[in-house]
Design a protein around this ligand. Structure first.
Ligand code: FES
Length: 163
């Protein structure tokens, strides 16, 4: 391979890697994958700080939590961008997560996830961030809709596939 073709190859593969990684970004700058249902999951009037609401998304076998936290959260909607939502299945082995003071907590092996930071894991055996539900707030009605998932829900090969 000549120097020019090697350089061209490296430039092409580097650009491809950047595009691939940016597609997996959870910074909110990329649109969620297509095919997700739009589902009303609550209303801003019914949310109280640190009192999560349970719902299922994108199907009935996927438990999730919607919560208004005290401060701004990445991916948050509503006043102060403080309303966020996550899968309620731990990314380690699928145990149920409960919400406590800004964290999602797994009682099986003590993993914890930060709801203000995209569900980043910071303690315990889980190494993967918990999947975040993409939300949309209808400002006219206060209704909150789930419209996508960022990250992979535990136990799935795709968020819209059960196995
Ligand atoms: S299943 Fe949650 S830490 Fe193991």
């Amino acid at each position: 391979m000549s120097d020019i073709s090697r350089r061209k190859f490296l430039q092409t593969t580097s650009a491809s890697a950047v595009l691939f990684l940016s597609g997996l970004s959870r910074d909110g700058n990329t649109a969620p994958p297509k095919g997700y249902p739009s589902k009303k999951i609550g209303n801003i009037k019914n949310l109280k700080v640190n009192e999560p609401l349970a719902f299922n998304y994108p199907d009935d076998k996927s438990p999730c939590l919607l919560v208004k936290v005290e401060n701004e959260a990445v991916g948050g909607v509503g006043p102060g961008k403080s309303i966020v939502s996550f899968s309620a299945l731990c990314t380690h082995m699928g145990c149920p997560l409960t919400y406590s003071k800004g964290r999602l907590v797994c009682k099986c092996h003590y993993s914890m996830f930060d709801v203000a930071l995209n569900g980043q894991t910071y303690q315990g055996l889980a190494s993967q961030w918990v999947a975040q539900i993409v939300l949309r707030l209808d400002a006219a009605t206060g209704n909150i809709y789930a419209e996508g998932v960022e990250g992979l829900i535990y136990g799935r090969i795709g968020n819209l596939k059960l196995s």
